[in-house]
Design a protein around this ligand. Structure first.
Ligand code: NAP
Length: 218
């Protein structure tokens, strides 16, 4: 399958590496055609790795993954182009983290909105699924880094799109039972609002190799 990864940072490259390792074709997209990181990534990825602009990548991919900061995701996806996103599953991995000059963390948007919802509103023909944003990048593609059973979430208005994302997560190594479906895209709010807590846990544990594990009565 052909994937577009919008974003050349650690998350984009980790997801792109995993997809190529699974035998998929990937185009890593950036703001410019000759982005150094994207060129280097494609060179080491082999024949199934490509690079281009956000628009090139969105045109190439049958599925699109947004791996940009939530504060610039709309700008990146506008550059990708609404027409190239239409009808496609768009996996939104972003978090809208804002750090003040003093290093204090806040989220924007928050509480009454989320990046997942912003994207779905602006690109109504894209099939947006919020997923993977509550995990460190290495754990996203290798759940075995954390022992035992543990969980991740999907949220989105399109049930078929969520099912496709759950299949993709299974390819990444996540058992279907580990994925908690939180309902519509407005549940992206809660997923994004987990991030300040996640960062506190990271500081407490001294590692990013951890995850949430839920128990409930049958
Ligand atoms: N770090 C983690 O383990 C982790 C875990 C879960 C979720 N996340 C989320 O995943 C997302 C990606 O994180 P990251 O650290 O890999 O990447 P990042 O540094 O947040 O984003 C890199 C990408 O953003 C693009 N970009 C920067 N400014 C832009 C602008 N003004 N307009 C459009 N695009 C712009 C860059 O374009 P160029 O390529 O042109 O430079 C680059 O492709 C974030 O939302 C993060 O919160 C991270």
């Amino acid at each position: 399958m052909r994937f577009a990864v919008i974003g050349t940072g650690m998350v984009g490259q980790t997801l792109a590496d995993k997809l190529v390792a699974l035998g998929h074709e990937v185009m890593l997209g950036s703001r410019t055609k000759d982005n150094e990181k994207a060129v280097a990534w494609a060179e080491q990825a082999g024949p199934n790795g490509h690079h281009g602009t956000f628009a090139d990548a969105a045109g190439f991919g049958e599925v699109v993954l947004n791996a940009t900061s939530g504060t610039v995701s709309l700008a990146a996806l506008r550059a990708a182009g609404a027409d190239r996103l239409a009808g496609k599953v768009l996996v939104d991995v972003s978090n809208p983290l804002v750090f003040s000059a003093e290093g204090e963390l806040s989220l924007n948007p928050v509480n009454t909105d989320s990046v997942g919802e912003q994207i779905q509103r602006e690109f109504p023909q894209a099939r947006v699924v919020k997923a993977l944003n509550t995990l460190s990048a290495p754990v996203m593609v290798d759940p075995g880094r954390v022992p035992g059973e543990h969980n991740l979430f999907v949220a989105g208005d399109d049930a078929g799109a969520k099912a496709e994302v759950v299949s993709l997560l299974q390819e990444f190594g996540w058992p279907a039972g580990s994925v908690i479906d939180l309902g519509g895209i407005s549940s992206a709010r809660g997923m994004e609002m987990l991030m300040p807590f996640w960062i506190q846990l990271m500081r407490a544990f001294g590692t990013t190799d951890f995850n949430y594990s839920f128990k409930r009565a049958e």
